[in-house]
Design a protein around this ligand. Structure first.
Ligand SMILES: Cc1cc2nc3c(=O)[nH]c(=O)nc-3n(C[C@H](O)[C@H](O)[C@H](O)COP(=O)(O)OP(=O)(O)OC[C@H]3O[C@@H](n4cnc5c(N)ncnc54)[C@H](O)[C@@H]3O)c2cc1C
Length: 438
């Protein structure tokens, strides 16, 4: 097993407490894979990506699909994120995407991101999932005058620049903000309700799902792949790896050194009173983030609690994760002094996944016929992983891969994979410094 962080971060027996876990209806556990089994398609990982692929395969392609999950479905990032169904699956801005990949590929990617948000809405409607969707659009708050200039220059058709007075009027006041860019795309949801709803829907559609079934080895047997778990063995001609930030890089040589899991952390306060909300000047349920390189994301939840998230440090050792609450809380109080009296009720973290080339991968692994992967959502996979899982499904039954071109090229390996964490630490220190300079 090869992973970049403390083993406890990948321990399927450890369930992180979270506001979502405290408020979502439970999901009945799925049994482990009991012995030898066969499927047309095997999926490793039951998060948004794996479950959407399973749904598409079971509903549209009518094939026998089996999902193997190390813990129970949606134990990974899909069960513990901020619930922003938004764009951002690749960190490049639209102009940068055009420069790096050409106008056509950039347009295709932008359309994918819009489709991805629609996909979440469609899933909620189609499977009658109650995930408490909030108002449409997302706001990026400028943390400096320079960021405000950059954001106004980036505004596209339909986007709206809101100077500080307009933010105040709309109940979107955070200390130190220099205005904000509102983009009318995306909406917030209860991410665990959504994720568990997908697991229920996939099961009802005929996908076999096994919990407590970590795939420990993947090997070739003629034209088949063999997936070994602790108690069983699944054979399938086609396999989809959908393990994102929780990937075991030793599972296949392809994964080694191509991904960078990064910690993200969230705190949720106790419910805020109407007086506290008014004193702060933040009464809107619009989802928001700031323009810092080490960005914060935040939103008022339907229950009146405030969610505030950010990068989660560079160590996943339990003591380091617990200690990280202090700086995150201080950053929240600096931006939202009016909420300082509202203690943290829940605090947790999880792993997102960056790739060596800054775009997700959604395609066949070169040199390994029948082996596919869909991962690398750069911390914005609620929508993108959902759509990525859907788009790759046709390729798993021998059809065309409908994922955007920028995701079909395998990500580059990081230059010195063993140094990814020290490099991340250095990069974050530099980003923090640049953020202070504006
Ligand atoms: C704190 C936090 C906040 C976030 N906030 C947002 C947000 O607001 N908006 C947004 O768009 N995105 C957000 N994200 C990112 C988003 O949650 C992810 O991009 C998305 O959930 C990825 O889905 P996935 O299905 O690819 O992977 P995951 O949901 O991580 O699922 C991967 C699964 O693979 C399983 N697995 C791993 N190895 C094996 C194996 N060998 N065998 C079997 N199973 C295995 C894991 O147990 C895990 O359940 C956030 C992430 C975190 C951690």
């Amino acid at each position: 097993m090869a992973r970049l962080y403390d083993a406890s971060a990948f321990d399927a027996a450890v369930w992180t407490g979270s506001h979502w876990a405290a408020t979502a209806p439970p999901l009945a556990p799925f049994d482990p894979l009991p012995g030898d089994a066969r499927a047309d398609v095997a999926i490793v990982g039951a998060g948004y990506a794996g479950l959407n692929a399973a749904l598409e395969l079971a509903e549209r392609h009518n094939v026998a699909v089996t999902v193997l999950e190390a813990a129970q479905p949606v134990w990974g990032a899909s069960g513990r994120n901020g619930g922003f169904a938004c764009k951002g699956g690749a960190p490049l801005s639209e102009p940068a995407m055009r420069r790096h990949h050409g106008a056509e590929a950039a347009q295709e990617w932008a359309a994918f991101e819009r489709d991805a948000v629609d996909r979440v809405r469609d899933n909620l409607n189609r499977y009658a999932i109650d995930a408490d969707p909030g108002p449409e659009g997302e706001l990026c708050l400028a943390h400096s005058a320079r960021a405000a200039r950059r954001l106004t220059a980036e505004a596209g058709p339909g986007d709206e620049w809101l100077p500080p007075e307009a933010l105040q009027e709309r109940g979107l006041h955070a200390a130190g903000s220099h205005g904000g860019l509102f983009r009318p795309l995306g909406f917030p949801i209860h991410p665990l309700n959504y994720a568990r709803g997908l697991a229920r829907a996939a099961h009802s559609a005929g996908a076999r799902i096994h919990g407590d079934s970590a795939v420990t080895a993947l090997s070739r047997d003629g034209s088949d792949w063999v997936l070994q778990t602790v108690r069983g063995r699944l054979t399938a001609p086609r396999v989809l790896i959908a393990t994102n930030g929780y990937s075991d890089e030793a599972l296949t040589p392809f994964l080694g050194g191509r991904i960078l899991p990064v910690l993200s952390a969230i705190l949720v306060t106790r419910p805020l009173s109407a007086k506290e909300l008014a004193a702060q000047g933040w009464t809107s349920r619009i989802m928001a983030y700031d323009s810092r390189r080490l960005l914060h994301y935040f939103r008022l939840l339907p229950c009146g609690r405030f969610l505030f998230g950010g990068r989660g440090g560079t160590s996943a050792a339990p003591a380091a994760l617990a200690a990280f609450h202090t700086p995150l809380r201080a950053e929240m109080e600096a931006m939202f002094p009016g909420f300082a009296a509202a203690g943290t009720e829940q605090y947790w973290s999880g792993l997102v996944c960056l790739t060596g080339s800054g775009t997700p991968f959604c395609g066949e692994v070169p040199g390994a016929p029948g082996l596919f992967a869909t991962l690398g959502w750069h911390g914005n996979g609620v929508a993108a992983a959902s759509e990525g899982g859907r788009r790759i499904a046709a390729a798993l039954v021998g059809g065309e891969n409908r994922a955007p071109a920028v995701t079909r090229t395998p990500p580059r390996r990081f230059p010195l994979p063993a140094l990814r964490r020290p490099a991340l630490r250095a990069g974050m220190a530099l980003a923090r410094l640049l953020d202070r300079l504006g």
